[in-house]
Design a protein around this ligand. Structure first.
Ligand SMILES: [Zn+2]
Length: 250
């Protein structure tokens, strides 16, 4: 019994991941007296467990955006300062940003009717924003829900609450491509830049796939396929939903 408890305790202490091979390690660095710090090497591949701890956050961000698997493992497992409440706040920011982009285009589409004073919801444009907020929330819920469904199907009985949290963390952090659409509103406010939106769309698919691969919850192929289907499915659902309900009411 004591041995079993000790094993569980040891396993719970393993929280660092080798960014090279993905093996769990006890720590990233060891602090000795008089300020001496030793970088720990992986017990599996003998490389430094996480060379990113010596680099600036900006360099980590660039590697993350370049979809390097090592950077995704570092962000997902080895950064203690990204707490669970930060992930929740970040997900809210992405939903708000997505809603704002949708609302901005809706406002542009209705601009001429506003000028002609024949637009009956001119004073209720904020109402349109709240509708787009619901749309955006549904879009993320469908996307994340589908990938969660696939992950649970693959893991079966081995699925745990910790894996759900890890999956949510991976998906939220890899939704960073959503923010890249915002500068497009400044550069081309009067028309939709479909090529740039398509690039952001493809980047989000690849970023989700890489994050899921780094989390080791899904295989690389299933990560890519499930990310693609989830995003296309959520976009189609929102297109159908807004066409049949929201825009008719607005
Ligand atoms: Zn390793």
């Amino acid at each position: 019994m004591a041995q079993a408890l000790k094993t569980i305790e040891e396993q719970s202490k393993i929280k660092c991941c080798c960014v090279t091979c993905g093996t769990a390690n006890d720590e990233l660095s060891h602090h000795y007296k008089e300020g001496v710090i030793k970088i720990i090497h992986c017990k599996q591949c003998q490389n430094p467990v996480d060379p990113y701890i010596e680099l600036d956050d900006l360099l980590v961000f660039i590697d993350f955006v370049l979809l390097k698997l090592r950077a995704h493992r570092h962000v997902l497992f080895n950064i203690d300062k990204i707490k669970y409440n930060h992930i929740i706040k970040l997900s809210c920011a992405f939903i708000l940003a997505n809603a704002y982009v949708k609302w901005f285009h809706l406002k542009n589409d209705q601009f001429q009717s506003i000028i002609n004073h024949d637009h009956h919801i001119f004073f209720a444009l904020e109402y349109g924003f709240y509708l787009k907020l619901i749309e955006s929330f549904l879009e993320y819920t469908i996307r994340f829900g589908f990938i969660l469904f696939i992950a649970i199907l693959q893991c079966g009985q081995k699925w745990t609450k910790e894996k759900s949290i890890l999956l949510f963390r991976a998906l939220v952090l890899s939704s960073i491509g959503q923010l890249f659409v915002l500068p497009l509103l400044i550069w081309s406010p009067d028309q939709r830049d479909y090529y740039a939106v398509l690039i952001c769309f493809i980047f989000t698919i690849l970023c989700h796939a890489q994050a899921l691969n780094a989390s080791q919850l899904l295989s690389p192929l299933i990560s890519f396929i499930s990310s693609t289907i989830a995003i296309v499915l959520s976009k189609l659902f929102i297109l159908f939903f807004s066409t049949n309900y929201f825009l008719n009411n607005v």
